[in-house]
Ligand binder design. Structure first.
Ligand SMILES: [Zn+2]
Length: 227
């Protein structure tokens, strides 16, 4: 049984106001996010689908995975999505010292910056299509981050992005329909929704995501990346 709340309770958001839980919005906008990539085939499957709906999203990438699959990282950028840092190798904040945590995030950031600069330099002609090569978004793996780690990262200029709705796509005990329902029943204007472009989550994600895009598009929503 999964006890993770699908929708982040307001009390949690109020306890940690220094983190971003949703985007204040008057219009019908939804912020899809994808964690743990880039992953061969799965990330590109997501990119193709987003294109069909003219949807933009935010990809919280693992540094190690960017090193393994730089061409997929490049595809994400070329499609005009935003990148966020998700640590170098998906570490747990509560089990890691502040120093080690900052070092790990910094290591991932070096990888991100190196690849963003490389892409920007080699695509001068189409640079207008690229977003700012600077990225300061960070999402802690498992949502685990201690107050000290959070404070230090904010001091270093990171914007910490949590979420308002979890699809719980990664959980093998959650059915595809429940995963879809988690998003459809809880998301609203300004919601930050978590999906995963990972192998583990692919069964649920690949079922729910097309239906989420279809459902909210029909209701007049647009999908935006976090700036
Ligand atoms: Zn993750």
């Amino acid at each position: 049984m999964n006890l993770t709340p699908v929708k982040t309770p307001l009390v949690v958001q109020k306890l940690f106001p220094q983190y971003t839980w949703e985007i204040a919005s008057d219009s019908k906008e939804i912020y899809l996010t994808f964690d743990d990539g880039p992953t061969p085939e799965i990330t590109n499957w997501v990119l193709d689908l987003l294109k069909q709906y003219d949807a933009k999203a935010t990809f919280f990438c693992i540094g190690k995975n960017i090193e393994k699959h730089p061409e997929i990282f490049q595809d994400i950028i070329h499609d005009g999505h935003t990148i966020g840092n998700h640590t170098y190798n998906h570490i747990k904040g509560w089990k890691t010292s502040v120093v080690d945590y900052l070092e790990n995030v910094n290591k991932a950031q070096q990888v991100i910056n190196t690849h963003l600069n490389y892409i920007a330099q080699n695509q001068k002609s189409s640079i207008a299509n690229l977003q700012s090569p600077i990225s300061n978004l960070f999402r802690p793996p498992y949502g685990q981050i201690t107050p000290k780690q959070g404070t230090q990262l904010i001091k270093l200029g990171y914007k910490i992005i949590m979420w308002s709705v979890l699809s719980i796509d990664w959980d093998a005990f959650v059915s595809r329909k429940i995963c879809l329902n988690n998003v459809i029943t809880k998301a609203d204007s300004g919601s930050i929704i978590v999906f995963h472009d990972s192998v583990k989550a692919s069964k649920n994600m690949q079922y729910a995501l097309p239906k989420v895009l279809e459902y909210f598009s029909k209701k007049g929503y647009t999908f935006k990346s976090i700036e």
